[in-house]
Ligand binder design. Structure first.
Ligand code: ATP
Ligand code: MG
Length: 390
């Protein structure tokens, strides 16, 4: 077994738990650097499985699947925060695993995550944990109106109910199946931002520039990254908070920290993702090191150098809705040829066969020499594709 201090050089095989689009882009980055790849995911048509050298088609907790992954790989990472932490811990008995199961376990659970923010001294939304009828009864009225979120397994706004009154809160908890939840106070948001940091085994930490994010219906729609996208003081504060969250976890790997910027300018942390993040996709075309290359460097012990953004950039998420613009149930391929006539448009599609409304099918990275041009181009691309202006 390689020791955690060994550098794993190209030619070795790197493994990833999860076969979604993040795994696919990790595989692309690893292969570009000369690594072989192995994906563990049940789905025979998973986006990452389709492009990997090896695809182990078992569940995350299947002992044979995990043993095969450990046999093939020199190191393993994850692309999905809901991989059971136990699977990561088991793999860690025979090879380097980053991020560690303990860090992923915190990111999997909104209650543990919020407790970690408090421990790091990073402000988050006022909240209460609701796992029992007693905790429900004891909720402070000051948390209403609020959002009740399942503590585990939420994504893209799923597992969340907005509540105004105690009666609505009680009904929402029933609706969510009385599972452990977190009630968060509804905050007056001015906008949202996120930061991606990468932390090595030796504690070195580098970052991508702070991203400004627009969500629609709980799903990320647009990320804008260029000088002036946020006031400098907010960006510095977000970066400092992200670094302290990563240091506090003794984190190894790529970590995304999402923030709310309130109408009074205050910054509060929303949540963390223990992996590359949708809001970091622009780095593929706008930075000299992408978030996926950072993931490869972290897990192999290669040096981390500070990425440099060379172009102002906007990312547009391509949801399945764009395939249904004509109405009806028959999907139609969007006019990629028209979009790609615009300068600086980089199309990324995830190889998903069925377009469904709300499903992330791909993204479009737009780069230009100036923020003005990147915005003008992105708005044209959005118009061609049927994405609402921003
Ligand atoms: P993702 O998969 O994007 O991480 P998620 O399902 O984990 O999403 P959250 O990030 O908790 O969901 O919330 C989704 C969106 O809902 C946020 O980006 C924000 O726009 C809005 N939202 C969540 N919590 C609050 C809050 N306390 N106050 C105001 N708006 C909120
Ligand atoms: Mg979120």
């Amino acid at each position: 077994m390689s020791k955690d201090t060994d550098v794993i050089l190209p030619g070795a095989t790197l493994g990833v738990l999860g076969g979604g689009q993040l795994g696919r882009m990790f595989v692309h980055a690893a292969q570009a650097m000369g690594y072989f790849t192995a994906v563990l995911d049940q789905d025979a048509t998973s986006p990452a499985g389709l492009v990997s050298h090896h695809h182990i088609r078992t569940g995350y907790e299947d002992p044979q699947g995990l043993a095969e992954l450990a046999r093939l790989c020199a190191a393993v990472t994850t692309e999905f925060e809901n991989v059971p932490a136990g699977a990561l811990n088991q793999l860690a008995t025979s090879l380097p695993v980053s991020p560690a199961g303990s860090a992923v376990a915190i990111a999997q659970d909104r209650a543990a995550e919020k407790a970690h923010f408090v421990k790091c001294g990073v402000p988050c939304a006022p909240y209460a944990v609701i796992a029992t009828p007693e905790q429900l009864a004891a909720v402070n009225d000051a948390l209403l109106p609020g959002i009740l979120k399942t503590a585990r397994m939420g994504y893209d706004g799923k597992g969340q109910v907005r509540v105004k009154t105690r009666a609505e809160l009680a009904a929402a908890w029933e609706q969510l199946g009385r599972v452990a939840c977190v009630l968060e106070k509804m905050l007056p948001l001015a906008h949202e931002c996120s930061v991606i940091v990468a932390r090595g085994r030796n504690g070195d930490i580098v970052n991508l520039p702070v991203q400004r994010n627009l969500h629609r219906e709980g799903i990320l729609a647009v990320t804008e990254v260029y000088a002036g996208n946020l006031p400098a003081a907010q960006a510095e504060q977000a970066l400092a908070a992200a670094k302290s969250v990563a240091d506090g976890l003794d984190y190894v790997g790529v970590l995304c920290v999402e923030f709310f910027v309130l109408q009074d300018g205050k910054l509060v942390v929303n949540e963390i993702a223990p992996r590359p993040h949708n809001s970091g996709h622009y780095s593929q075309n706008a930075c000299d090191v992408s978030q996926f290359e950072l993931q490869v460097r972290c897990m192999t012990g290669l040096p981390l150098t500070q990425p440099r953004q060379h172009s102002p950039s906007i990312m547009l998420n391509l949801l399945g809705d764009l395939w249904f613009r004509q109405g009806g149930d028959t999907p139609a391929t969007p006019a990629w040829d028209k979009v790609l006539q615009l300068p600086g448009c980089h199309l990324h599609l995830y190889g998903k066969a069925d377009a469904k409304r709300g499903r992330k099918m791909g993204h479009l990275n737009i780069t230009a020499a100036t923020p003005e041009v990147v915005r003008a181009t992105a708005l044209k691309a959005a118009e061609i594709l049927g994405i609402a202006p921003f």
